[in-house]
Design a protein around this ligand. Structure first.
Ligand code: FAD
Length: 372
Protein backbone atom coordinates (compact mmCIF):
# COMPACT_ATOMS: atom_id res chain seq x y z
CA UNK A 1 0.00 0.00 0.00
CA UNK A 2 1.20 3.51 -0.70
CA UNK A 3 -0.15 6.80 0.53
CA UNK A 4 -2.47 7.36 -2.46
CA UNK A 5 -4.10 3.94 -2.28
CA UNK A 6 -7.34 5.46 -0.93
CA UNK A 7 -7.46 7.92 -3.86
CA UNK A 8 -6.56 10.96 -1.75
CA UNK A 9 -3.27 12.82 -1.42
CA UNK A 10 -3.21 13.52 2.33
CA UNK A 11 -3.93 16.74 4.21
CA UNK A 12 -0.76 18.66 3.22
CA UNK A 13 -1.43 18.26 -0.47
CA UNK A 14 -5.22 18.60 -0.21
CA UNK A 15 -4.67 21.90 1.67
CA UNK A 16 -3.36 23.47 -1.56
CA UNK A 17 -5.92 25.40 -3.61
CA UNK A 18 -7.13 23.74 -6.86
CA UNK A 19 -5.26 26.40 -8.86
CA UNK A 20 -1.91 25.60 -7.18
CA UNK A 21 1.06 25.65 -9.52
CA UNK A 22 2.84 22.48 -10.63
CA UNK A 23 5.85 23.48 -8.52
CA UNK A 24 3.72 23.83 -5.38
CA UNK A 25 2.06 20.49 -6.01
CA UNK A 26 5.43 18.80 -6.65
CA UNK A 27 6.83 20.21 -3.42
CA UNK A 28 3.84 19.01 -1.34
CA UNK A 29 3.84 15.56 -2.98
CA UNK A 30 7.55 15.18 -2.27
CA UNK A 31 7.21 16.21 1.36
CA UNK A 32 4.38 13.68 1.78
CA UNK A 33 6.50 10.84 0.33
CA UNK A 34 4.24 10.32 -2.71
CA UNK A 35 7.05 10.73 -5.24
CA UNK A 36 9.33 7.95 -3.97
CA UNK A 37 6.26 5.67 -3.70
CA UNK A 38 6.06 5.64 -7.51
CA UNK A 39 9.34 3.66 -7.82
CA UNK A 40 10.23 0.11 -6.89
CA UNK A 41 11.89 0.23 -3.46
CA UNK A 42 11.52 4.03 -3.65
CA UNK A 43 14.45 4.15 -6.09
CA UNK A 44 14.11 5.54 -9.66
CA UNK A 45 17.00 3.24 -10.69
CA UNK A 46 14.74 0.25 -10.01
CA UNK A 47 11.94 1.42 -12.32
CA UNK A 48 8.39 2.71 -12.01
CA UNK A 49 5.50 1.06 -10.19
CA UNK A 50 2.71 1.58 -12.76
CA UNK A 51 -0.18 1.10 -10.33
CA UNK A 52 1.23 3.63 -7.84
CA UNK A 53 2.00 6.08 -10.64
CA UNK A 54 -1.54 5.69 -12.03
CA UNK A 55 -3.06 6.45 -8.62
CA UNK A 56 -0.87 9.49 -8.08
CA UNK A 57 -1.59 10.95 -11.53
CA UNK A 58 -5.34 10.27 -11.17
CA UNK A 59 -5.49 11.98 -7.77
CA UNK A 60 -3.34 14.93 -8.93
CA UNK A 61 -5.39 15.37 -12.12
CA UNK A 62 -8.69 15.27 -10.21
CA UNK A 63 -7.53 17.83 -7.64
CA UNK A 64 -5.29 20.21 -9.65
CA UNK A 65 -6.05 19.67 -13.35
CA UNK A 66 -3.88 19.11 -16.40
CA UNK A 67 -1.03 21.70 -16.21
CA UNK A 68 -0.04 20.85 -12.62
CA UNK A 69 -0.27 17.13 -13.39
CA UNK A 70 2.06 17.65 -16.36
CA UNK A 71 4.56 19.22 -13.95
CA UNK A 72 4.49 16.01 -11.92
CA UNK A 73 4.24 13.46 -14.71
CA UNK A 74 7.29 14.48 -16.78
CA UNK A 75 9.81 14.47 -13.90
CA UNK A 76 8.44 11.27 -12.37
CA UNK A 77 8.38 9.29 -15.61
CA UNK A 78 11.43 10.69 -17.38
CA UNK A 79 13.58 13.37 -15.72
CA UNK A 80 14.30 11.58 -12.46
CA UNK A 81 14.89 8.13 -14.02
CA UNK A 82 17.41 9.73 -16.43
CA UNK A 83 18.99 11.66 -13.57
CA UNK A 84 19.25 8.41 -11.61
CA UNK A 85 21.61 7.02 -14.27
CA UNK A 86 24.12 9.70 -13.22
CA UNK A 87 26.90 8.81 -10.81
CA UNK A 88 28.37 12.23 -10.01
CA UNK A 89 27.79 13.98 -6.68
CA UNK A 90 25.89 16.74 -8.51
CA UNK A 91 23.46 14.32 -10.16
CA UNK A 92 22.97 12.34 -6.93
CA UNK A 93 22.23 15.46 -4.88
CA UNK A 94 19.83 16.88 -7.49
CA UNK A 95 17.95 13.56 -7.55
CA UNK A 96 17.72 13.42 -3.77
CA UNK A 97 16.44 17.00 -3.52
CA UNK A 98 13.92 16.48 -6.33
CA UNK A 99 12.49 13.28 -4.82
CA UNK A 100 11.97 15.05 -1.50
CA UNK A 101 10.15 17.88 -3.31
CA UNK A 102 12.82 20.41 -2.30
CA UNK A 103 13.51 21.37 -5.91
CA UNK A 104 11.76 21.28 -9.27
CA UNK A 105 13.50 19.89 -12.36
CA UNK A 106 12.89 20.28 -16.09
CA UNK A 107 13.54 17.89 -18.96
CA UNK A 108 14.94 20.06 -21.75
CA UNK A 109 14.92 18.04 -24.97
CA UNK A 110 12.76 20.04 -27.41
CA UNK A 111 14.93 22.61 -29.17
CA UNK A 112 14.38 25.57 -31.50
CA UNK A 113 14.13 23.02 -34.32
CA UNK A 114 11.08 20.71 -34.84
CA UNK A 115 10.49 18.63 -31.71
CA UNK A 116 9.43 15.72 -33.92
CA UNK A 117 12.91 15.77 -35.47
CA UNK A 118 14.86 15.28 -32.26
CA UNK A 119 18.23 14.45 -33.83
CA UNK A 120 18.13 17.81 -35.61
CA UNK A 121 18.47 19.61 -32.25
CA UNK A 122 21.05 22.39 -32.13
CA UNK A 123 21.88 22.99 -28.47
CA UNK A 124 25.57 22.10 -28.24
CA UNK A 125 27.91 21.04 -25.47
CA UNK A 126 31.65 21.56 -25.78
CA UNK A 127 33.92 19.41 -23.58
CA UNK A 128 37.42 20.63 -22.70
CA UNK A 129 39.14 18.76 -19.87
CA UNK A 130 37.12 19.42 -16.74
CA UNK A 131 35.12 22.21 -18.40
CA UNK A 132 31.74 21.83 -20.09
CA UNK A 133 30.15 24.67 -22.05
CA UNK A 134 26.50 24.65 -23.15
CA UNK A 135 25.10 26.93 -25.88
CA UNK A 136 21.64 26.91 -27.43
CA UNK A 137 17.94 27.21 -26.67
CA UNK A 138 15.22 24.83 -25.53
CA UNK A 139 11.56 25.70 -26.08
CA UNK A 140 8.24 24.60 -24.58
CA UNK A 141 9.75 23.00 -21.49
CA UNK A 142 7.43 22.11 -18.56
CA UNK A 143 8.67 23.48 -15.19
CA UNK A 144 11.12 25.81 -16.98
CA UNK A 145 10.16 28.87 -14.93
CA UNK A 146 10.47 27.07 -11.58
CA UNK A 147 13.27 24.55 -12.16
CA UNK A 148 16.43 24.54 -10.07
CA UNK A 149 17.95 22.15 -12.63
CA UNK A 150 17.60 21.66 -16.37
CA UNK A 151 18.39 18.19 -17.65
CA UNK A 152 19.53 19.19 -21.13
CA UNK A 153 19.88 16.91 -24.15
CA UNK A 154 22.78 18.48 -26.08
CA UNK A 155 24.83 17.60 -29.13
CA UNK A 156 28.50 16.71 -28.89
CA UNK A 157 29.22 16.93 -32.61
CA UNK A 158 27.39 17.61 -35.92
CA UNK A 159 25.27 14.88 -37.50
CA UNK A 160 22.54 12.50 -36.41
CA UNK A 161 24.55 9.51 -35.20
CA UNK A 162 23.08 8.02 -32.03
CA UNK A 163 26.32 8.67 -30.10
CA UNK A 164 26.31 12.40 -30.92
CA UNK A 165 24.19 13.48 -27.93
CA UNK A 166 24.62 13.63 -24.19
CA UNK A 167 22.82 14.80 -21.05
CA UNK A 168 24.05 17.84 -19.11
CA UNK A 169 22.63 18.97 -15.78
CA UNK A 170 22.49 22.78 -15.86
CA UNK A 171 21.67 24.79 -12.70
CA UNK A 172 19.08 27.45 -13.47
CA UNK A 173 21.10 30.07 -11.58
CA UNK A 174 24.31 29.51 -13.57
CA UNK A 175 25.58 32.63 -15.41
CA UNK A 176 24.28 32.57 -19.01
CA UNK A 177 20.95 30.80 -18.28
CA UNK A 178 17.95 32.90 -19.38
CA UNK A 179 14.39 31.67 -18.79
CA UNK A 180 11.14 33.18 -20.04
CA UNK A 181 7.59 31.87 -19.72
CA UNK A 182 5.86 30.40 -22.79
CA UNK A 183 3.11 32.53 -24.31
CA UNK A 184 0.41 30.19 -23.00
CA UNK A 185 -2.33 30.92 -20.47
CA UNK A 186 -3.45 27.29 -20.93
CA UNK A 187 -0.22 25.94 -19.46
CA UNK A 188 0.88 28.77 -17.15
CA UNK A 189 0.45 26.65 -14.00
CA UNK A 190 2.96 24.12 -15.34
CA UNK A 191 5.71 26.75 -15.51
CA UNK A 192 6.18 25.89 -19.19
CA UNK A 193 8.75 28.17 -20.79
CA UNK A 194 11.78 28.65 -22.99
CA UNK A 195 15.39 28.60 -21.78
CA UNK A 196 18.49 29.99 -23.50
CA UNK A 197 22.02 28.90 -22.64
CA UNK A 198 24.60 31.57 -23.55
CA UNK A 199 27.96 29.82 -23.22
CA UNK A 200 27.09 28.34 -19.80
CA UNK A 201 30.35 27.04 -18.28
CA UNK A 202 30.18 24.13 -15.84
CA UNK A 203 32.44 21.38 -14.54
CA UNK A 204 32.46 17.83 -15.95
CA UNK A 205 30.57 16.77 -12.81
CA UNK A 206 27.48 18.15 -14.56
CA UNK A 207 27.57 15.46 -17.23
CA UNK A 208 24.98 12.75 -16.56
CA UNK A 209 25.39 9.11 -17.61
CA UNK A 210 28.14 8.04 -20.03
CA UNK A 211 29.13 10.71 -22.56
CA UNK A 212 27.45 10.03 -25.92
CA UNK A 213 24.65 7.84 -24.52
CA UNK A 214 22.05 10.63 -24.37
CA UNK A 215 19.91 9.43 -27.27
CA UNK A 216 19.57 5.74 -26.25
CA UNK A 217 18.83 6.94 -22.74
CA UNK A 218 16.19 9.36 -24.07
CA UNK A 219 14.53 6.56 -26.06
CA UNK A 220 14.35 4.30 -22.99
CA UNK A 221 12.93 6.94 -20.72
CA UNK A 222 10.50 8.60 -23.13
CA UNK A 223 8.89 5.14 -23.19
CA UNK A 224 7.95 5.52 -19.53
CA UNK A 225 6.64 9.03 -20.19
CA UNK A 226 4.35 7.51 -22.82
CA UNK A 227 3.17 4.94 -20.29
CA UNK A 228 2.52 7.71 -17.75
CA UNK A 229 0.52 9.60 -20.39
CA UNK A 230 -1.68 6.58 -21.11
CA UNK A 231 -2.30 5.88 -17.40
CA UNK A 232 -3.15 9.55 -16.90
CA UNK A 233 -5.33 9.51 -20.05
CA UNK A 234 -7.54 6.78 -18.54
CA UNK A 235 -7.95 8.82 -15.35
CA UNK A 236 -8.71 12.02 -17.26
CA UNK A 237 -11.32 10.34 -19.50
CA UNK A 238 -12.96 8.66 -16.50
CA UNK A 239 -13.16 11.94 -14.58
CA UNK A 240 -14.57 13.90 -17.54
CA UNK A 241 -17.05 11.16 -18.46
CA UNK A 242 -18.30 10.95 -14.87
CA UNK A 243 -18.74 14.75 -14.66
CA UNK A 244 -20.47 14.84 -18.03
CA UNK A 245 -22.76 11.94 -17.18
CA UNK A 246 -23.92 13.89 -14.09
CA UNK A 247 -24.36 17.04 -16.16
CA UNK A 248 -26.43 15.25 -18.83
CA UNK A 249 -28.60 13.50 -16.26
CA UNK A 250 -29.37 16.85 -14.60
CA UNK A 251 -30.04 18.83 -17.78
CA UNK A 252 -33.81 18.93 -18.36
CA UNK A 253 -34.74 18.44 -22.00
CA UNK A 254 -38.33 17.93 -23.24
CA UNK A 255 -40.05 15.56 -20.84
CA UNK A 256 -36.76 14.01 -19.73
CA UNK A 257 -33.04 14.93 -19.68
CA UNK A 258 -30.23 15.08 -22.21
CA UNK A 259 -28.99 11.74 -20.83
CA UNK A 260 -32.20 10.14 -22.15
CA UNK A 261 -31.42 11.17 -25.72
CA UNK A 262 -30.53 7.95 -27.57
CA UNK A 263 -27.98 9.57 -29.90
CA UNK A 264 -26.09 11.01 -26.90
CA UNK A 265 -26.29 7.72 -24.97
CA UNK A 266 -24.79 5.78 -27.85
CA UNK A 267 -21.94 8.21 -28.40
CA UNK A 268 -21.31 8.25 -24.67
CA UNK A 269 -21.20 4.44 -24.73
CA UNK A 270 -18.66 4.63 -27.57
CA UNK A 271 -16.51 6.87 -25.33
CA UNK A 272 -16.80 4.25 -22.58
CA UNK A 273 -15.60 1.59 -25.03
CA UNK A 274 -12.59 3.73 -26.09
CA UNK A 275 -11.67 4.41 -22.46
CA UNK A 276 -11.92 0.74 -21.53
CA UNK A 277 -9.75 -0.15 -24.53
CA UNK A 278 -7.08 2.27 -23.31
CA UNK A 279 -7.38 0.87 -19.80
CA UNK A 280 -6.98 -2.69 -21.11
CA UNK A 281 -3.91 -1.67 -23.14
CA UNK A 282 -2.41 -0.13 -20.01
CA UNK A 283 -3.05 -3.35 -18.08
CA UNK A 284 -1.37 -5.39 -20.80
CA UNK A 285 1.57 -3.13 -21.63
CA UNK A 286 2.45 -1.30 -18.41
CA UNK A 287 4.90 -3.89 -17.12
CA UNK A 288 6.77 -4.40 -20.43
CA UNK A 289 7.31 -0.63 -20.57
CA UNK A 290 8.12 -0.17 -16.87
CA UNK A 291 10.49 -3.16 -16.69
CA UNK A 292 12.00 -3.37 -20.19
CA UNK A 293 11.32 0.06 -21.71
CA UNK A 294 9.55 -1.72 -24.59
CA UNK A 295 9.37 0.99 -27.25
CA UNK A 296 6.68 -0.67 -29.39
CA UNK A 297 4.44 -1.09 -26.37
CA UNK A 298 5.07 2.54 -25.39
CA UNK A 299 4.27 3.78 -28.92
CA UNK A 300 1.03 1.76 -28.87
CA UNK A 301 0.02 3.34 -25.57
CA UNK A 302 0.88 6.83 -26.79
CA UNK A 303 -1.04 6.49 -30.08
CA UNK A 304 -4.07 5.06 -28.26
CA UNK A 305 -4.01 7.72 -25.54
CA UNK A 306 -3.86 10.60 -28.05
CA UNK A 307 -6.85 9.24 -30.01
CA UNK A 308 -8.96 8.28 -26.97
CA UNK A 309 -8.42 11.48 -25.01
CA UNK A 310 -9.12 13.50 -28.18
CA UNK A 311 -12.43 11.75 -28.86
CA UNK A 312 -13.67 11.68 -25.27
CA UNK A 313 -12.82 15.31 -24.50
CA UNK A 314 -14.26 16.59 -27.80
CA UNK A 315 -17.56 14.74 -27.34
CA UNK A 316 -17.93 15.63 -23.67
CA UNK A 317 -17.14 19.32 -24.26
CA UNK A 318 -19.81 19.40 -26.99
CA UNK A 319 -22.44 17.99 -24.62
CA UNK A 320 -21.86 20.83 -22.13
CA UNK A 321 -23.12 23.32 -24.72
CA UNK A 322 -22.54 26.97 -23.78
CA UNK A 323 -21.67 25.98 -20.19
CA UNK A 324 -18.54 24.34 -21.59
CA UNK A 325 -17.17 27.81 -22.35
CA UNK A 326 -17.34 29.10 -18.76
CA UNK A 327 -13.88 29.92 -17.37
CA UNK A 328 -12.10 26.74 -16.30
CA UNK A 329 -14.76 24.53 -17.87
CA UNK A 330 -14.54 21.66 -20.32
CA UNK A 331 -13.64 23.53 -23.49
CA UNK A 332 -10.49 24.70 -21.70
CA UNK A 333 -9.73 21.16 -20.49
CA UNK A 334 -10.25 19.91 -24.06
CA UNK A 335 -7.74 22.43 -25.40
CA UNK A 336 -5.20 21.51 -22.70
CA UNK A 337 -5.77 17.80 -23.33
CA UNK A 338 -4.81 18.17 -27.00
CA UNK A 339 -1.27 17.87 -25.60
CA UNK A 340 -1.88 14.11 -25.30
CA UNK A 341 -1.49 13.95 -29.11
CA UNK A 342 1.65 16.14 -29.20
CA UNK A 343 3.85 16.13 -26.07
CA UNK A 344 6.25 13.23 -25.53
CA UNK A 345 5.94 12.25 -29.21
CA UNK A 346 3.29 13.50 -31.65
CA UNK A 347 0.70 10.87 -32.65
CA UNK A 348 2.09 10.75 -36.19
CA UNK A 349 5.60 10.00 -34.92
CA UNK A 350 4.52 7.09 -32.72
CA UNK A 351 2.34 5.72 -35.52
CA UNK A 352 5.49 5.72 -37.67
CA UNK A 353 7.25 3.66 -34.97
CA UNK A 354 4.37 1.19 -34.99
CA UNK A 355 4.40 0.91 -38.79
CA UNK A 356 8.12 0.02 -38.53
CA UNK A 357 7.13 -2.86 -36.19
CA UNK A 358 4.13 -4.02 -38.25
CA UNK A 359 5.38 -7.58 -38.87
CA UNK A 360 6.23 -8.10 -35.22
CA UNK A 361 2.86 -6.77 -34.04
CA UNK A 362 0.96 -8.92 -36.56
CA UNK A 363 2.90 -12.04 -35.49
CA UNK A 364 1.95 -11.40 -31.89
CA UNK A 365 -1.73 -11.16 -32.85
CA UNK A 366 -1.73 -14.69 -34.30
CA UNK A 367 -3.47 -17.35 -32.16
CA UNK A 368 -0.92 -18.44 -29.55
CA UNK A 369 1.35 -15.50 -30.40
CA UNK A 370 3.82 -14.36 -27.72
CA UNK A 371 2.59 -11.84 -25.15
CA UNK A 372 4.50 -8.54 -24.88
C1 FAD B 1 2.67 22.40 -22.63
C2 FAD B 1 3.87 21.74 -23.24
C3 FAD B 1 4.84 21.18 -22.42
C4 FAD B 1 5.98 20.59 -22.97
N1 FAD B 1 6.94 20.10 -22.14
C5 FAD B 1 8.09 19.63 -22.66
C6 FAD B 1 9.16 19.23 -21.80
O1 FAD B 1 9.02 19.23 -20.57
N2 FAD B 1 10.33 18.84 -22.35
C7 FAD B 1 10.51 18.82 -23.71
O2 FAD B 1 11.61 18.46 -24.13
N3 FAD B 1 9.52 19.17 -24.55
C8 FAD B 1 8.31 19.59 -24.06
N4 FAD B 1 7.31 20.01 -24.90
C9 FAD B 1 7.53 19.98 -26.33
C10 FAD B 1 6.88 18.77 -27.01
O3 FAD B 1 7.61 17.60 -26.71
C11 FAD B 1 6.86 19.07 -28.51
O4 FAD B 1 5.84 20.04 -28.71
C12 FAD B 1 6.58 17.85 -29.36
O5 FAD B 1 7.68 16.97 -29.36
C13 FAD B 1 6.29 18.23 -30.83
O6 FAD B 1 7.29 19.06 -31.33
P1 FAD B 1 6.92 20.49 -31.99
O7 FAD B 1 5.98 21.20 -31.10
O8 FAD B 1 8.19 21.16 -32.31
O9 FAD B 1 6.11 20.12 -33.29
P2 FAD B 1 6.69 19.93 -34.80
O10 FAD B 1 7.88 19.04 -34.74
O11 FAD B 1 6.85 21.30 -35.35
O12 FAD B 1 5.50 19.18 -35.47
C14 FAD B 1 4.25 19.83 -35.70
C15 FAD B 1 3.24 18.84 -36.24
O13 FAD B 1 3.70 18.30 -37.48
C16 FAD B 1 3.14 17.01 -37.66
N5 FAD B 1 4.23 16.03 -37.89
C17 FAD B 1 5.47 16.04 -37.36
N6 FAD B 1 6.17 14.95 -37.76
C18 FAD B 1 5.34 14.24 -38.55
C19 FAD B 1 5.46 13.01 -39.26
N7 FAD B 1 6.58 12.28 -39.21
N8 FAD B 1 4.39 12.56 -39.98
C20 FAD B 1 3.23 13.29 -40.04
N9 FAD B 1 3.07 14.46 -39.37
C21 FAD B 1 4.08 14.92 -38.64
C22 FAD B 1 2.40 16.65 -36.36
O14 FAD B 1 1.03 16.90 -36.53
C23 FAD B 1 3.01 17.61 -35.36
O15 FAD B 1 2.15 17.89 -34.25
C24 FAD B 1 6.13 20.55 -24.38
C25 FAD B 1 5.13 21.09 -25.20
C26 FAD B 1 4.01 21.68 -24.65
C27 FAD B 1 2.96 22.25 -25.55
Amino acid sequence: MDSTSDGTLGSNVEALPPEASGAEVWSALGAAGHLTACYRDGDPRRGLRPAALARLLAATDARFGIPATLSVSVPLATTLPVLATGTTTTARQALKDALAGRVTTALAATDVTAGTDLTGLRTAVHLDGDTVEVTGEKQWIANATTAAWFLVLARLRPGRHFTSFTWVLVPSDAPGVHVRPAESALYAASGTGHVRFDGVRLTAGHLVDRVGMGLPSFARHIATERLAGALWGVALCRRVLADTRRHLAGRAHGEATLWDNEAIRQRFAACLVRTQELHALCEQLAEPVARRHDTTAAATLKAAAGATVGQVLTDCAQWWGAAGFADGSLQQTRAQAALFGIGGGATEVVLGTLADSADHILARLAPGGETP
